[in-house]
Design a protein around this ligand. Structure first.
Ligand SMILES: *Cc1c(COP(=O)(O)O)cnc(C)c1O
Length: 405
């Protein structure tokens, strides 16, 4: 490739593995909740890089943390520890149930560590029979072979040969289905407090408490995958805090880095002690640049004013979506919490989420889907009311476009 290469969407098809189907535009710049493409066209960002850009684009606190660390030290590997990693781990421990932290580079890797730890813990403490992991249909836990197998969509894990075994799938929000699967052979139950990719489906309080009780009865660990719901997204630092149900292991990524890749697994002293020296690891995990940025994210997000803003932003989004629905009658309900909302398409529009997503892009709004029936919004936690209103005006035009098509 030389300097003469035209960097455009066509180049993607030429040089990239075809596992994604990106939009036709190429964004080049972002500030807050606005993004501009190569042609200078402006978009309002309700997608947040899939629930990642928790503080919008190029937030001054994150830019400053990244630049400061960039002039100091980029990488060591885990042969040595580093100051940003230790500060971030302390902040996570202070803010949650956890005593110990393991750093990874993505949600999938944080979950991979969680599942391996659950297996190891059960093996060492109870014996080899206790190896079953229970997860739920429609759940999503990442794309490594173990995590995608635990995930609840076989279509994502089929076609790659033999899968990791002892993984069972129950029905989300159905305690009887967990009762039918759980036994003394269960090492862990893993769930998302709000299923994200599966369609923005919040766990009911009874279900979460019921699963917690069943785990206690069977000496199984409760793993909460908060990769999408974590770091203030739902108006509390972690979604488990809304429910008063505490996991044994929690995984976090996406919003934690605010756009810089990082993931983490949080757990207790007792459980952590089973991940002894040499049992697991990652070259980049706990990288100083990533941890410096995440430290700034956590410090900025975990403030009462910000959590209050997430909830007032939710109310504003819900009001404006209700007003749009009043006019066009396309949704059956709005689900989710804080800045993770799903507009569920009604019978008439079922299966057509992608049309809404594409029409939104036409109107200058970046949105998301969560399966064929849900239009998902995961904006910056600190998006301004003005940007919400402007974005919802564009969304209304998109809805009009689909309805009149
Ligand atoms: C996105 C997501 C993952 C995977 O995270 P990656 O960073 O893409 O590996 C895992 N679990 C949940 C709930 C997610 O939303």
């Amino acid at each position: 490739m030389t300097g003469q290469t035209q960097v455009n969407r066509a180049l993607f098809d030429e040089v990239m593995v075809p596992n994604y189907a990106p939009a036709n535009i190429i964004p080049v710049k972002g500030a807050g909740s606005r993004v501009w493409d190569q042609q200078g066209r402006e978009y309002i960002d309700f997608a947040g890089g899939i629930a990642v850009s928790s503080l919008g684009h190029c937030h001054p606190a994150l830019v400053s943390a990244l630049k400061q660390q960039a002039d100091k030290l980029w990488h060591l590997s885990n042969v040595m520890t580093n100051e940003p990693a230790l500060r971030l781990a302390s902040a996570l421990v202070n803010a949650t149930f956890a005593d110990k932290v393991y750093f990874a580079n993505s949600g999938a890797e944080a979950n991979e560590a969680a599942f391996k730890l659950a297996r190891r813990y059960a093996l060492e403490k109870f014996g080899a029979h206790k190896d079953q992991i229970i997860s739920f249909h429609k759940s999503f836990h990442g794309r490594t072979f173990f995590t995608v197998t635990v995930g609840g969509q076989a279509a994502y894990s089929d076609g790659f040969g033999p899968k990791p075994g002892a993984v069972l799938h129950g029905e989300f929000n159905n305690l009887d289905s967990v009762k039918a699967l759980i036994s003394d052979n269960t090492c862990a139950v893993v769930l998302e407090p709000i299923q994200g990719e599966g369609g923005i489906i919040p766990a009911t309080a009874e279900f979460l408490q019921g699963v917690r009780d069943l785990c206690n009865q069977h000496n199984a660990l409760l793993i909460m995958d908060e990769v999408q719901t974590g770091v203030g997204r739902t108006g509390k630092l972690y979604a488990y805090m809304h429910y008063g149900v505490t996991p044994d292991i929690l995984t976090t990524a996406k919003s934690l880095g605010g756009g810089f890749p990082i993931g983490a697994m949080l757990t207790t002293d007792d459980i952590a002690s089973h991940l002894k020296v040499g049992t697991h690891g990652s070259t980049y995990g706990g990288n100083p640049l990533a941890c410096a940025v995440a430290e700034a994210v956590l410090e900025t997000v975990n403030q009462p004013e910000v959590m209050a803003q997430v909830l007032s932003n939710e109310q504003l989004c819900r009001q404006q979506l209700a007003a749009i629905n009043e006019k066009y009658q396309v949704f059956s309900e709005i689900r989710g919490k804080g800045m993770l909302l799903g507009a569920i398409l009604n019978e008439q529009y079922k299966g057509r989420s992608r049309e809404f997503f594409l029409a939104a892009a036409d109107q200058g709004l970046m949105a998301l889907v969560a399966g064929p029936d849900v239009v998902r919004f995961a904006p910056s936690l600190v998006i301004t009311p003005e940007d919400i209103t402007a974005g919802m005006q564009r969304f209304e035009q998109a809805v009009k476009q689909v309805v009149n098509a």
